[in-house]
Design a protein around this ligand. Structure first.
Ligand SMILES: [Zn+2]
Length: 374
């Protein structure tokens, strides 16, 4: 072939590549929320100041505190955070994007002023804070979540699901109206209506002490998520993990850290699992975020809410085939908000959430393929 012919071939290949690149590759979304996980641990790793027997690790024998420090501490933030969340920092962020490291000029926050869970999940799932949602009372949500909306679209009908550690997710996604399938703490399904594995998980939830009155351990959610993927292969799947918030409220920094590391392992295992399934391989985007932040001092890190300064501060990570691999976002990047999650999830799937809900916040354009924003 002559030189000109080669050039022609190269240009025509480039042309077809450009035409394709405008289309989203994302066909599935796994939205993972981790209740009350602070950005400080995500980006800085474990904080030695909180490994404090008197205030924050009640009941931990001194020897265990030594082991805890050996397990989670390191000289640099990079070293510590990789010990805490090895998959997040080894794979997700290098191949995707993470927002919220305020040490380097990237901010993420909730817009609602309550800084507690129901207002936070409502904001991130419906695209806007609701001033009338001011508590965690299990009132059916008057707002429509992006999950319910997608489930109403022909392409996604019956392909949207959720699994949650906290039983208030039933009203948050308004299962009475949305009819979304939800695995949740304390459920008791009619015999024969669920898979044998879910029936067994329900028995285990009855048989062990719950972590709180409204919540059980993340292991149940993880195994229920595995079962849902095996039996139904949802295209949009909310997996709502909750232990870090419970252990933080209990002043157990040790168990808070251990639960974060387990969340990271569950996420890795789910990612590895779906990459082995043709429906998901190379066509799934993972979106990760908490529902609120927490306090920053030894006195109030365990709490969050209106009266706890800086508990509006959060983080956001996105990893998938359409998200440019810009890694940890730093100086110069715009602040992101939980309210943007709903439209971002829709836009990654090529859907326009704001056409239906104009009050919803815009998607985070930086995580979308150029030209695909709606
Ligand atoms: Zn909480």
């Amino acid at each position: 072939m002559k030189k000109n012919a080669w050039l022609l071939l190269v240009f025509s290949l480039l042309g077809s590549f450009n035409a394709r690149s405008a289309e989203n590759k994302t066909r599935n979304i796994i939205l993972i929320t981790i209740d009350g996980l602070r950005w400080q641990e995500v980006f800085r790793g474990a904080d030695e100041a909180f490994m404090n027997k008197e205030k924050n690790s009640g009941g931990v024998p001194a020897g265990d505190l030594v082991a805890l420090k050996a397990d989670f501490l390191g000289v640099t933030a990079q070293e510590r955070r990789k010990k805490l969340m090895p998959f997040f920092w080894g794979t997700l962020v290098p191949g995707g994007q993470a927002f919220g490291n305020r040490d380097y000029g990237s901010a993420s926050s909730v817009l609602n002023t309550e800084r507690i869970s129901y207002p936070g999940y409502n904001e991130l799932l419906t695209g806007a804070p609701d001033p009338l949602i001011t508590s965690n009372a299990p009132v059916p949500n008057r707002n429509v979540t992006v999950l319910e909306w997608l489930n109403g679209r022909p392409e996604f009908k019956g392909r949207v699901a959720a699994a949650a550690a906290w039983n208030v997710f039933a009203p948050i996604i308004n299962v009475g109206r949305s009819r979304l399938p939800l695995f949740v703490t304390g459920q008791h399904s009619a015999p024969g209506s669920v898979s044998p594995r879910i029936a067994e998980l329900e028995r285990w939830m009855d048989d062990i002490p719950p972590i709180s009155n409204t919540e059980n351990f993340d292991a149940f959610v993880y195994h229920a998520a595995v079962d849902r993927i095996d039996t139904h292969q949802p295209r949009v799947f909310l997996i709502a993990l909750g232990e870090p918030d419970e252990w933080a409220h209990a002043h157990r920094y040790d168990r808070y850290l251990q639960s974060i590391r387990r969340c990271d392992r569950f996420i890795r295992q789910l990612w590895e699992k779906i990459q082995a399934i043709p429906q998901y391989r190379d066509s799934t985007t993972m979106v990760l975020t908490p529902d609120h932040g927490r306090g920053v001092t030894l006195e109030d890190w365990n709490g969050h809410g209106k009266k706890i300064p800086r508990s509006e501060e959060t983080w956001l990570a996105v990893y998938g085939p359409d998200t440019p691999a810009l890694g940890e976002r730093q100086e110069g990047v715009a602040e992101v908000h939980q309210a943007q999650v709903a439209a971002t999830v829709a836009a990654l799937l090529g859907e326009d959430f704001r056409a239906a809900f104009p009050a919803a916040a815009a998607p985070v354009s930086a995580v979308l393929r150029a030209g695909s924003e709606k």
